[in-house]
Structure formats: C-alpha cells, structure tokens
Design a protein around this ligand. Structure first.
Ligand code: SF4
Length: 1553
C-alpha cells in the first residue's frame, strides 16, 4: 500500500492517454514544464561539455524546435542559455527578465548559497528556479533553509508526478504573483517511481494564464545595473477575487476532516480559511509570516496571503483538470492520530510506507505525517488548520547535514506556529535527520517515537548517519583534461619547487570541492604554507647548532642551507644534499625535519583557477589576493571559445582580470595562450615566479567539449589572439626600476580597453619610443567596426572615378577561389570600358550590399569552392543577399557566369554541387525581381577549353544586351602576364623585393615579388585559420613567410641544429618542419623578420637560395645510418650536384645579406647585370628536383623526382657510379587527365665523377624543351613523355658528349625509415627519431623541441634529416651514449612504441599556412591514424609497416602517389583515396574513391585492413595485396594513372540508367 503522494497511486486518467512518451525522471518532468512555460531557460551545467540531468532534455526539445506555450511569436523556440555552475549563473537572468521575457533556471542546489546576493534582487521578478537538491544520494535541505528569507516563494515536491505538477504550479504562481518561485526537490525520492505521462499542454496553457503572461511580456523594466537594488516590486497579475461563501465554508468546515487511510488521504486539508486581507495575516497571532513578505513596503505589493491564495487557486484548477490535489501543508494519516512526524526532508515516502504497515502495538502505530508543500511564505495558521485536535506530539525531522544553529529552522517555524500546551499539542521535538538506510527505517522510527512519547523528550537527537553513501557529484570543479596542460608546464618549470594550493588531486578534509576551488580558500592555504615555511626555516636554522644529530654532516649542510634558504635556486640546489644527510643521520631531529622535506625548497606558490573567477563571486576572491600584496601566483585559465564570445550575455559582466590587476600597479600580469606561443607561457610563468608580490598569469585554453581535438583548441586560440580579443602581453611593474616599459606586447593586436589603459598609463608612448615598429600594430585594436566603412569608401571612390564618363554603367562582381574568376572579371571590365561602358569591378566581399537595388546593370562571376560553396570572398555577400527580406531588384538587370567542374564530384547525388553558387545566385536574384541581361553562363573545366568554352558564349550576350556588341576599332588586348614575363623583367630575381620589404604599411609583398621570392627560398603565406576573423575585423590577412633552407642531403651539425632552433623560436612561429626534401622549413616569419631570419640562416652556413622556384631545388640523399663511410661518399656527390646547379645571380646576397648601411651594392635599376650560365634570364620552365637513393633503401623516393640517382657500390665497397632515372614528378590537378604523377624512367648508368654533369645536361635539355606556356604541363615528366625517352636521352647524350652505360643491377626493399639505434661499420651509433610529420615543436605533453636542442647542445655527432621527415642522430661514439640516452629518456624522445602504420606515415603541411591546401593534412593524419589503430590491433597488424601518406592538395608534396594508401585533399574534410602503390616506392597508386570524408574512410579502411590480415600471402605488402585481391588495378605508368578506375566506371554506368 502506498502512503502519502507516491505516484503509483495517482490517477492519470485525465492525462492525454495517447501521449506515447513517458516521463522518467523529475528533471525531465521539470525541464518539459520549464520549456513550455519560459522564453529563456538558464540551464546550469557542470561544464559546457557535460550536460546536467535537465539540460539533455532541454537541448532535445530545442533541437526538435518544440514551441513554448508562452512565446509571443507562435514560431518562437525558447532560448536555452547554458552556463557553467561556477560562472555565476544567475547573472544571466537579469537581462532577459527585465526585458519582459519569462525566465526559468534549472540547476542543482550547489549554486544557491553563492547566489544569495542575486536572489534578493530577483525575488520580485517572476523567475522560476527549479532546484534539484545535492548531494543526489542524500539531499541536504540546509541550503533551502539558508535562503528561506530571501523573499522567494518556495515549493517542494517529492515524487515524479509531483515534480511535474509543482513545476507547473511554480510557473503559474510566478506569473500570477509576479514573484520569484523556487521549486526544490530531492531527485532520489522518485528513483523507483513509475514513469508518468507528460502534462497535457492545454492544462499547462490553462494554468499559466496567457493574458497575464502577455502583460508581463509587454513590459520592460529599466534598471541601471545589477549591483544596486532596482526598487522593482512584484505586482500581482490580477486583483484577487474573494472566495465565494460556499468556498469559504467548505474550507473552514472541511479542513480538519483528515483521511483515515492512505487512499483517502488524497483528500487533504488544502485551502482552509483564506483571508484576503493583509491585516488578517499579520494580525494572526497563531501564525508566523515569512520574513520575505514582511520587508515589502510599497504598494501594490504581494502579501503572503496573496501568494497562498494564488497557489490554492492554481491547485484547485489543477485538481479540476487532472484530479490531483495539493495544499500548503500535506497531512496524511488517521484523523484521530496522536503523534505526528513533521518531515522536512526526502524520506517522507519511506517513513510513510513503514507507518502504513505498522502493527497495532508498534510505538509509531496510528501516527501521521505532515510535510510542507508551500514552504515559503510559511503560513503558520494553515499548518495549525491541517493538524487534527487529537495530535499531542509532533516530531520535527529536519534533513540538514551542516547545522549552524542550535535549534533547527523548521523546528522554530513549527514552534512559532503551533502553541503547545495542555489540551493541544503537548510536545514538539526537533530531530536532525541523517541518512537512514532503508533496512533500518523501522528501527529509526521506533527511536524517534520512543523519545517523542517519553515524559521528557530530548531535543535535537540525531537520526541516522551523517554521511550518506557517496556518489561523485558532476558539479565538481575538476578541470578539463585540456586544462592540465598548464599544470604540466608548472611542473616542468618548477619541478619539486612547485606548490599548487588547489591542485586537482589535492583533497581538503571536510571542504567541498567548490569551496576548495575558490580563490579565497587557495589564498588562505598559500598563506598557511608560507607561514609553515618560515617556521620550518627557523626550526632548521636552530637545528644547525643542535647537538641532537647522530652524525656531523647534517649540521654543516643545514648551516650552508640556512644562508640560501630564501633563494629559490640555491635552496633547491642544496636541498637534496641536506635531505640525503638527514636521511643517513636518522636521529629523531632528522626525522622531524624530514617530515616536511619539501620545505627545504623555496616553493613557487601557485593558485589555479578558471574564468569563473572573472565573474563577480570569484572576482572578489581575486581582489583579496591582489590587494594582499603577498608573494603568491595565480594561474587563471579561460576556456570560453572565441567563437562563443559574441553569444555571451553582456550583462554577465565578465571581468577583464588582467586589466583589473594592472590597475593595482604592484601586480605582475601576463596574458598567455599555450596554443599560440609556448615560449611566451614559459617566460610569463618564470617572471611571475620571480616577481616579489602577487602575480596573475591568464591563460587562454578555449574548448567546446571534452572531446575537442587539440586542433579545435588551436584554431579557437589563434582566432582570439590574431583578432586581438586575447592579446598576449606581460606587465611587469619591476621593469620601471630598470627604466624599461612595464608593458610588453607579445602578439600583434590589442583590444581597445587595453589600449586605453596603456594610453592613460603613458605606457604606450614609452613602448613606441622603445620599439617604433610596434607603433603600427599598437595603433590597431580589436573591436573597431571598420569593415563596413572600408567597403563604402571603396565603392564611393569607384563612383567618383566613373563620374563624368559617358555610357551605361556596368558593375562586375566576382567571387574567386583560385584567381580565375577574378581575372575574368577584370578582363571583362577592361573590355567593357573599351566599349564605352562605365565599368566597376569588385570582389563581392568588398561591395556594400545595400547598393545592389540601385544598380542598373550588374554581372557576377562566381567560381565554386568546397562542396558547391561560394568562395571565401563571396560568402558574406551571398549570406547577406540570400537572407535579405526586403531586396527589391525590379529595376536591376543582371547576369551570372559560373566556373565549375562537372566531374569534380563523381557521385550522382553530388552532381548538384556543380556550379552551385552561380546557379543559386541566379535564382535568388530572379526571385527578388531582377531582369536577366543574359541567361546564366556555365564554365566547365571538363570542356575542351575549360571554362573558356562557356565563357566565349556568354560574354557576347552581355554586350548585345547592353547594345555595345557592334563597336568598331576595339584596341588590342595585351596578353596576360605570365611567370615567364615576371622572371624576364626581374633583372635576375631582383624585382621590387627590397622596396616591398621596406614598406611597413602592409605585411605583404607585391604579387610579382611573391613569385620572385620563391627563388630566394621563401613564400608568402597567410594564416588560413584566422582569415575570416581578420577580414571581419577589417584587417588584412595574417601574412607571414615560409622559409625553406637549402641543405643538400639533409646533413646538419649540432651547432646548426641549435641555430635553426633559435631562428624558429625568435623569428618564426616556434616550430620547425623537417621537410620531405630533407631540409628545415620555418613558418610564420613576418615580413619585418624575414631579412634577420635569412641572415641568421646564412650565419649558420646555410642558404635558402633556390630552395623554391623554377630552379633545381635541394638535392636529396639517402640517410644510410648503417654505412657512414659510404654515406659520406654519396652525400659528397649530392653536395656537388647542389653546388653545381646553384643559380649565379648575386641578387640573393644583395637583398638579404647586406646591411642596411651598405649602399654600395646595387639592388634596383639596371646597373648590375647578372649572368646565369646554366639558367639564363628565364630560369627553368618549372621546379626541378634531384635525389639520390642508396639501395636497398629508397627512403628518398628516387622514382618521384625529375632526376633520380641510384647509387651503385663497387666491389671495393666504395661508390662507383649511378643508375640515372629521369622524368619522375608528383604534381597533378584533380580531374585534369592531362596532368598525372609519373615515375622516373631509366636512362642508364654513369660514373660518380660524371653525375653532376649528367644532371646539368638533363636540366639543360628541359630548360630548352620544357613547356613555358602551360605551367601545368611544364615539368620534365611531360617533356620526356611528349618527346619519348630515347629522343630525350639522345639530346642529353649529345650535350654531354658521352653515352649512358647499361643500367647496373640493384634492389630496393623499402622506402620507410628504420627507427631506433643502429651501429655503422665504424662502430658509431645512430638513432632514428620518430618525428610525426616532421614537425619539431614543444607541447606540454611532449617537449620534443627542447629535448632535441639539449641533445644538440652536447655537440656530438651530426643531425641527418630523412626524406620521410624524420631525424637521425648520427655518429655517436659509445662513450657519449649514456649522456645522450639519459636526455632522450627524460624528454621521451626514445619512445618508438608507435604502430607500424604511424611509423610509415607522412603528411605535407597544408592548413593553416599552405595557400594551396584544400583540406587538412599534417594536423589531421595523426588523428585519422589514431582512429584506425584499434582496428590494426584487432587484426594483428600493429607492427606491420603500411605506407600511408596524406596531402592537402594534389600538388603532392608528401609524395602521396607512391604510397600504398594515400589521401589527397579535395575540399575541407574531403579526400580522394588512392590504393595500390608499391611498398618501396616502385609503383604509383590509383584513385579508389573520390571526395570521401572521415566516416567513409574508416568504413572502407577497417574491412580492408581486416581482409588484408586474413588473406595476405607470406610477406605480401598491402599495396601489392590490393592489386592481387582485385581491389584496384595497378598503375604501370603515369600515363595510365587515370585509366581503369573501377568505381567511376560503376558510377557512370548508374548515370546511364
Ligand atoms: S601538397 Fe598541396 S597542400 Fe600540401 S603542402 Fe604541398 S601544396 Fe600545400
């Protein structure tokens, strides 16, 4: 039999029986009601990545776009604002509630105490707080009693059904009374409830009183802020109607007729006499009225009586609708009971069950239970009314874990409400209710009643145990795994010296996680720690002269230590020695000192916190620390993603802690971001530690969820830093003493607030004086909306230009991906002008959309990006046009031309992507009433002349439509400028590079110079991660330069390694890339640092000349760690070829290596005429690559280069000569069958002495016969294929004057590296490191860069870069091994526990720097491999080497076409997949699938790997297997690379159907 109000006994018959979905938890019930009844729901979550029991439901409704009942607009979906529990959630309530939105909050009780100040201010608004009490297993009601006087109405529910009904009551009551309502419940009480039907929306609508809702929504409350009382008073939505006499009598008469049984108990004593006048309540001596309502002064205020009456009304209405009744106090039990339990806790149901089944002689037989439903306002008179006259004794059970007053608050409530004395209630006894195990409930009840019924009951007895079985709360302040990065750095920097007050694992007995994570707590414990140390130092000093040691050593060492105790580094140095002596000594005094041995170090004291400290509550704690002046350090991690910062509510007033701290003057402040600059983080932490006073290091680490990949964190960080939202800076008040500016800016841009501060503080002027080059970047600041103004200016300038010209206007807008649409548009503009039209040509993104409706004639040229998307520079325009609701183009004539590739997306369902942007635009413009000048024109790359075919048809139609098609005497158009022209006009690669470098107004170089600098080994790039963000800020792209060194054969000295490392840190982006051509590449070198970087490279005795450009590039050579002598001989040849083919121009030295003062050297002008004996003024038609492989290792992919030399060893073990291959090459263009990768063809053998001459002659034949018209057809491979191998070889032999000999036999076994230690023939040691994709960088988890640097600083051996982007530490003598091995171990550099697949993988750079990248590569391949590794494991393939490569585009930098399996970027997130390459690089692969994404890649790879594991033959390689198993056809020559593609045949077949 169920007792009380268990849901099992509820009659649901009136609910919508058809409702299929049942509600299972109270949180779900509450969420649904809150969703239906609110405009805004503040959903408090453990973290943004972890849902609360409410938020998962709320998000579900929102994702289904379920409608709210109260929404003004019928289609409106309530807004869900997710807020972290420790980020001052109630701050989010103010703005919406004051603007007339109904707000509810779903939360646990953990936020309540900290939010008291807000609660007082929000009490007079109709906000509803649904609170599930924590801890979940055993709720603590003291949180509710602590805030009971905050002026809110409190409603309590116990079962699942009640949670739903009372939630609804709460919303209705808030609307009716205009006051805040807190609905609280302990979720554990309904765990065994049966699911309930969802409340019928019509019932909800009826109770909410939509008229009142609309009245509230129509009002806005003006308030200046959230820190002062805004004086708002709650106003009832309606004048309470007096109850009818009948109702009145029913109440007074029936009130005491308590039911005799549980079932009958459903008829409760609800709504006994309701008095509508305030006077009657306040004058009622029997009742106490909640403080909340008594503080209200000004009319028309809501009284306790009003609230009570409204609640009663709502319950009556609810009862009529659903048959369930509720009242302010629920009395359940026999009408003649003498004993009753008043329970304020979660166990009422369990107690009820025991009472229900009590035997007649049980001490608790016939007892009743009373529970509060309307807890506040507490209407004492109503309590009196529900209690039968027969009751003599009441036990008040309060479930309060931490008691702060002698008498429980509920006991006091009851005592003040009920007069005890003879004839009435005789005893009211308070109990503290702890956790009662269900098995001992009877026993507990017996104890309670025995005391209650004794003649002198004892007050304040404890029932049950204090500690409930523990369940870990979700609402801890446990930092995300992302955030451990900074803690790791602290450990790395300060090691044993670091002391973090609130470290993740530290536990503080009896202190909740929330409290121990507060700045005040941490600060207190750091002070205690400091205090402890000063006492310890005194003790240790005293011990230095003590006689209590057994040995002498401790005294001497302690004396020595005492002198250095306050010096962090010296104290640490001596600490270990002192400790060792004390340990040996073993005396009690030694033991005593050793108990605190950590204190022998002068600790670096840290307090770590989150951006929760940026909100009011945390911020006051931060203030304490800063104001204290104490030498403690704070590390505050901000994890709000940049892309969400705009969504943040302005009212939440997140404080800028950095700015706040700088205003203090005596605080060290740094703003850092580990994913932007690792070095800057280190520097800041070290400076903070050193600073004698408070320090704040702000650390940015944005993430959306726990599962975010580091790539997401990196991209978010970069956007924030690059846009100036999160500037990197350091503020050191100590600098002033040295005459230095306090402020150091470590990133490029700052935000306005910061700039203002600096201006005020005079720091800006100081800084600019010291670093004039900073002026430009400091002058720019984040937050100025300049973009719109820029557009306006550009357009106005155009209009001015056109003024006075005759002829019809024609505006030409383009959106261009690779420049074709832009070129076409500009040419169209020129031709239009020649025909007398007033033409204006702009990129769509530069065009002010508001001008569109005013155009007369406008044409658009749009190419196709990604998956049928607009190119970047057309996206914003397209978004504005398509989303416009008021564009009227009735007077506009337009036409659209699109550029696309009808075969780019081979799948039938993807055909829609072909020229989609142009088609969409054409359609939308017509919908807005535009008139077509000409039908849409479509350019298709597959047409005989590419897009030109379609264009030739379209353009004349435009002229005809504008009436200028028959113009006579048009001038001849100049041919487009080609790379050949640029080279010719450059005066041997000079161009205007010097002028460009001196121009500080832009970070870029001119387009021509960009082509020329390639020959000097540097490319201009821009950071694609932040392109959009910078554009939005009105900034030019984040330009920087990639610099590639020239390092024949990839051999560097340790000193060179250190020098390269320095360059990357001080002039680049703190990382280095070891390239597939065995050299160093730096990224992120800004223009101003380009020359210093070139000079530094030169000082390292390296060069960058001819590392890129149409010349012979870096010459490669197998690394061969096992035969050093032989390697040396072959390596010498590679150097010789490299030197021999070097361009002769002196421009390189003039531009990069002269001092600014050295005016002697002529740079510009025509005075210096160089002579290029090998290249001539136009150099080569295209890049030229040479490599040497030493069999059996094909680690340099000898078949993939213009010239491949295969070293042939003589019988004496020395190098004898080379087999020469020519005409290999990787670059291709997607879907362009005229382009293909090709393998080098065998030309024959030559001696070692002739090798460089042979290379020269091959290069010269290519120089003279290569295609200089079409760069896509200019590589040597096409020249040889067009000419035929024999003819080409003949020409080489003619120039050489000798003939190639018969090729010599050789054998390759693999093209991957052999990792780990190997010994060579001289007994020297070589270690091959695994450097994933060649990226040398430090991360908090793996400090590879620092480790390698330290090894290099030992100055031993040499560093060989491999063609697979790995690194060999070579020529290490046995005696040097121990030191090196130790370093390797400490930096985890000896770890080779990777899968064979990972070890054999390689990827090109691609995003964010490579301008050609269509998809991620280097940053994504490791992620993809991780996703395949479990499958490798399952199939026993973990150790198997499978060559897998990835590139971001078909240019093929990582030589993907030779891999057994390859992925080549097609669009962001989509790749073409290739299979069947030869394991030792001897065979090209073939296209297997086109444009597939990760899920498809995994779907294909997993079964394929399984099949390979099961069906492979002994020793059979994956690529070979794919061919034998018929999965792919073999590519036998580059010219059949595009043939026999199996899946396309099938696709085309299906097309025909
Ligand atoms: S393959 Fe393409 S994306 Fe990758 S680095 Fe080379 S050019 Fe860039």
């Amino acid at each position: 039999m169920a007792f009380l109000f268990r849901s099992g006994s509820i009659d649901n018959s009136k609910m919508d029986a058809a409702a299929s979905h049942q509600i299972h938890t109270p949180e779900e019930a509450v969420s649904r009601i809150a969703y239906l009844s609110s405009d805004v729901i503040v959903s408090v979550q453990p973290s943004l990545a972890t849902d609360s029991p409410f938020s998962s439901h709320l998000k579900r409704y929102a994702s289904r776009k379920d409608k709210s009942i109260v929404a003004k607009n019928a289609d409106a979906v309530p807004e869900i604002q997710s807020v972290r529990h420790n980020a001052d959630p109630l701050l989010s309530v103010f703005a919406p509630i004051r603007s007339g939105k109904l707000v509810s909050v779903t939360t646990t009780s953990s936020i309540l105490l900290a939010s008291i100040s807000h609660l007082y201010k929000l009490a007079n608004y109709p906000v509803v707080l649904h609170v599930s009490l924590e801890p979940r297993t055993f709720a603590d009601y003291s949180v509710i009693t602590s805030i009971r006087n905050s002026g809110w109405t409190f409603l309590h529910s116990e079962s699942l059904q009640e949670a739903q009904d009372i939630a609804l009551t709460a919303h209705a009551l808030a609307i009716h009374t205009g006051k805040g309502v807190i609905h609280f419940f302990a979720p554990s009480t309904s765990t065994s409830d049966k699911p309930v039907a969802p409340e019928d929306p019509s019932v909800v609508r009826g109770l909410l009183d939509i008229e009142s809702v609309r009245r509230f929504q129509a009002s806005t409350i003006s308030a200046s802020g959230i820190y002062a009382d805004d004086g708002h008073v709650a106003v009832s939505s309606r004048v309470p109607e007096p109850l009818t006499d009948a109702e009145h009598q029913a109440d007074t008469a029936g009130g005491l007729q308590a039911p005799v049984s549980a079932v009958a108990s459903k008829v409760t004593s609800a709504g006994t006499s309701v008095k509508t006048s305030r006077a009657s309540e306040s004058g009622d001596s029997e009742a106490s009225v909640s403080v909340a309502t008594t503080v209200e002064t000004a009319p028309p205020q809501i009284t306790s009586a009003d609230i009570y009456e409204s609640a009663t009304r709502i319950w009556r209405q609810l009862e009529a609708a659903v048959g369930r009744s509720y009242s302010a106090f629920e009395y359940t039990g026999p009408p003649n009971a003498t004993n009753a339990l008043f329970i304020f806790g979660s166990d009422a149901g369990s107690f009820g069950e025991v009472l229900d089944s009590a035997k007649p002689d049980d001490v608790f037989a016939n007892a009743a239970i009373i529970t509060p439903r309307l807890y506040r306002p507490w209407i004492g008179s109503k309590l009196v009314q529900v209690i039968p006259k027969s009751i003599k004794r009441i036990a008040v059970l309060e479930q309060i874990q931490r008691k702060t007053t002698k008498w429980g608050p509920t006991l006091i409530d009851v005592l003040t409400s009920i007069k005890s004395g003879p004839g009435g209630v005789e005893h009211i006894v308070g109990y503290q209710l702890g956790y009662v195990d269900p098995k001992v409930i009877t026993q507990a009840l017996r104890g309670i009643f025995q005391n209650l019924t004794s003649p002198k009951p004892i007050q304040n007895l404890e029932v049950g145990v204090r500690e409930a079985p523990e369940e870990e709360s979700q609402y801890t302040t446990k930092p995300s795994t992302h955030e451990t990065a900074y803690n790791k750095i602290l450990q790395q920097l300060f090691g044993k010296r670091s002391y973090v007050a609130n470290a993740i694992k530290s536990q503080h007995a009896g202190i909740s996680a929330t409290i121990s994570a507060s700045p005040e707590f941490g600060f207190g414990s750091l002070l205690a720690r400091k205090d402890l140390r000063s006492r310890f130092v005194a003790e240790a000093k005293a011990a230095a002269s003590s006689k209590d040691f057994i040995t002498d050593a401790p005294k001497n060492w302690l004396a020595k230590w005492a002198l250095a105790a306050e010096d962090p580094s010296k104290a640490s140095e001596i600490a270990d020695d002192v400790i060792a002596r004390l340990e040996t000594d073993g005396s009690p005094l030694s033991q005593k000192l050793l108990a605190n041995k950590a204190l022998f170090r002068k600790e670096s004291l840290w307090l770590t916190g989150s951006d929760a400290w940026a909100y009011d509550l945390g911020n006051s704690g931060v203030h304490h620390v800063l104001a204290s002046g104490e030498n403690v350090n704070m590390l505050i991690i901000d994890s709000t993603p940049y892309s969400e910062k705009a969504a943040a509510d302005a009212e939440r007033r997140k404080k800028d802690i950095g700015l706040y701290a700088m205003n203090f003057g005596n605080v060290y402040v740094a703003s850092t971001a580990v994913y932007s600059s690792y070095t800057q983080v280190l520097q800041a932490l070290l400076e903070a530690d050193k600073f004698d006073g408070p320090s704040v290091v702000l650390a940015y680490l944005p993430y959306f969820g726990e599962g975010d990949s580091p790539l997401t964190v990196l991209q978010e960080t970069k956007k924030a830093v690059e846009a100036g939202y999160w500037p990197l800076y350091r503020w050191n008040p100590d600098n002033e003493k040295k005459g230095e500016p306090n402020f150091t800016l470590d990133s490029e841009l700052i935000k306005l607030e910061l700039k203002k501060f600096l201006e005020r503080d005079n720091q800006l002027t100081q800084l600019m004086k010291k670093e004039p080059k900073f002026a430009a970047s400091l002058a720019q600041d984040y937050g100025t909306e300049v973009r719109a103004q820029q557009k306006r200016k550009a357009k106005d300038a155009y209009n001015q230009l056109l003024e006075g010209l005759l002829g019809a206007p024609l505006t030409i807008l383009y959106a261009s991906d690779n420049g074709n649409a832009a070129t076409l548009a500009k040419r169209l503009g020129n031709r239009g002008r020649a025909r007398g039209l007033k033409t204006c040509v702009m990129a769509m993104e530069d065009y002010p959309v508001e001008d569109l409706a005013g155009e007369e004639n406008i044409v658009f040229l749009a190419s196709t990006a990604g998956q049928g998307e607009f190119p970047q520079n057309g996206l914003a325009f397209w978004d504005a046009v398509k989303d416009s609701t008021e564009l009227d183009l009735a007077t506009v004539n337009y036409s659209v031309f699109g550029l696309g590739d009808s075969h780019y997306w081979p799948r039938k369902e993807d055909k829609i992507f072909y020229n989609k942007p142009a088609k969409d635009l054409d359609r939308v413009l017509a919908n807005f009433g535009g008139k077509r000048l000409a039908d849409i024109g479509l350019g298709d790359d597959q047409d005989p002349d590419g897009f030109q075919t379609g264009y030739q048809e379209w353009e004349p139609k435009i002229w005809a439509a504008l009436g200028v098609d028959k113009v006579e005497g048009l001038p001849e158009e100049p041919p487009p400028v080609t790379n050949e022209d640029i080279k010719l006009a450059s005066n041997y690669l000079r161009g205007t590079i010097v002028e460009g470098l001196n121009d500080t107004s832009t970070g870029a170089l001119s387009a021509w110079d960009q082509q020329l600098t390639k020959f000097h080994g540097t490319y201009m790039q821009d950071d694609r991660d932040v392109r959009d963000e910078r554009k939005a800020q009105g900034l030019e792209p984040a330009y920087s330069f990639m610099i590639r060194c020239r390092l024949a054969g990839g051999v560097a000295t340790p000193k060179q390694w250190v020098q390269m490392d320095d360059i990357s840190t001080s002039l680049g982006n703190e990382t280095m890339k070891l390239t597939t051509r065995q050299t160093f590449q730096f990224h992120g070198v800004v223009k101003g640092k380009l020359k210093p970087a070139m000079q530094a490279i030169n000082r390292a005795l390296m060069s960058t000349i001819a590392a890129c450009g149409d010349v012979n590039r870096n010459v490669m050579c197998s690394s061969l760690p096992t035969q050093s002598k032989y390697h040396k001989q072959v390596h010498t040849v590679s150097q010789k070829i490299s030197d021999h083919l070097l361009p002769a121009t002196t421009a390189y030295h003039e531009i990069w290596l002269t001092d600014d003062d050295n005016k002697k050297t002529q740079v510009a002008g025509e005075a210096v005429q160089d002579f290029e004996p090998l290249y001539g003024p136009t150099y080569l038609p295209r890049k030229f690559k040479i490599t040497i492989a030493i069999p059996p290792h094909n680690d340099t992919d000898v078949y993939a280069h213009d010239i491949g030399l295969i070293a042939i060893k003589g019988k004496d073990g020395n190098l004898e000569g080379f087999n020469i291959l020519a005409g290999g090459g990787m670059g291709a263009t997607h879907n362009n069958k005229k382009t293909y990768p090709q393998m080098g063809r065998m030309f024959g053998y030559c001696s070692a002495e002739d090798a460089h001459i042979v290379c020269e002659k091959i290069m010269l034949v290519q120089r003279d016969h290569g295609d200089r018209k079409n760069r896509k057809h200019a590589r040597l491979k096409y020249t040889i294929d067009d000419m035929g191998v024999d003819v080409f070889r003949g020409k080489v032999e003619e120039l050489w004057g000798k003939k190639f000999a018969e090729e010599r036999p050789f054998e390759f076994k693999s093209n991957v590296d052999t990792f780990g230690w190997q010994k060579d023939e001289n007994g020297l040691n070589h270690f091959t490191f695994f450097i994933e994709n060649g990226r040398i960088e430090d991360t908090p988890d793996f400090r590879m860069k620092t480790g390698l640097r330290e090894i290099a600083q030992l100055g031993k051996g040499e560093f060989r870069l491999t063609g697979n982007q790995h690194l060999i530490l070579s020529n290490i003598a046995d005696e040097d091994l121990p030191a090196i091995k130790e370093l390797m171990k400490s930096y985890k550099l000896d770890n080779l526990q990777f899968s064979g697949l990972r070890l054999s993988s390689s990827a090109c750079v691609a995003f964010p720097t490579c301008g050609l990248a269509m998809a991620e590569s280097e940053r994504y391949l490791p992620v993809l491999i991780s996703k395949l590794e479990s499958c490798l494991e399952e199939n026993g393939l973990r150790q198997d080497s499978i060559v897998m490569r990835m590139t971001g585009c078909p240019n093929g930098c990582a030589r993907p076409w030779l891999a057994e399996v390859a992925f080549v970027g097609k669009a962001y997130g989509a790749y073409n997949m290739y299979l069947g390459g030869g394991y030792h690089g001897q065979r090209l692969n073939k296209l297997y699938r086109s444009s597939i994404k990760e899920d498809e890649i995994l779907e294909i790879m997993k079964p394929l790997l399984k099949q390979y594991a099961l069906e492979r033959l002994e020793g059979e390689r994956f690529g070979d297997f794919c061919i034998r198993a018929g999965i792919i056809k073999a590519t036998t020559d580059g010219r059949n690379f595009h043939d026999n593609i199996m899946f396309q045949v099938a696709e085309e077949g299906s097309d025909e159907e």
